[in-house]
Design a protein. Structure first.
Length: 183
């Protein structure tokens, strides 16, 4: 560190970037444990992604409301910088059917809308990810993308979720869940 560094970085934020993919569940540890809380398995009621993560859009709303409750007027505008999930996509006759991803995105976008309706200033939403890619912890196995990548040939195939999302962002005032795959 150099003289003046803290003054330089101690500036107001333009926005807070939030990544949200799943909820972590915690429980109080048994008496005498080294840690007062520990991670708990998610309740069985939640659907799961291909990575075993619980699908909990209400967690997105609660997290956004919790930021407001914790930081109040000091909370800058929010941009959801990453939201998505890996699912086992079904490939048939050159098309990629990923209804689970559409349901995930639809429910999470609605969760963001619910938080906005409660006064949270959300300025943007970004899907993770446009393309299937290399995931740092899990390599090429999980497929998060709206576009399927054939890693051997590098051929790109837009998935049903790609067309659904394209339609949503082109006309956000219409109900996104009304999209039906043309494949």
């Amino acid at each position: 560190m150099r003289d003046g560094d803290l003054a330089t970085i101690a500036q107001p934020l333009d926005f807070l970037g939030v990544n949200y993919c799943n909820t972590n569940f915690m429980r109080v540890s048994p008496p005498g444990s080294a840690q007062p809380i520990e991670e708990a398995p998610p309740p069985a009621k939640f659907a799961r992604t291909a990575m075993g993560w619980p699908v909990d859009p209400q967690g997105m709303t609660e997290m956004l409301l919790g930021l407001r409750d914790r930081y109040g007027s000091a909370l800058p505008p929010i941009i959801i910088t990453e939201n998505g999930a890996a699912f086992t996509d079904t490939v048939a006759r050159g098309a990629v059917h990923d209804a689970d991803r559409i349901a995930f995105l639809d429910s999470h976008i609605r969760a963001v809308r619910k938080a906005m309706d409660a006064g949270i200033d959300v300025r943007g939403y970004l899907v993770w990810s446009i393309l299937d890619n290399f995931e740092w912890a899990d390599g090429y196995g999980p497929r998060f993308g709206l576009v399927r990548v054939d890693y051997a040939t590098q051929r790109r195939t837009p998935k049903d979720s790609y067309y659904w999302y394209r339609k949503l962002i082109a006309a956000p005032d219409r109900a996104a869940s009304s999209y039906k795959s043309s494949s």
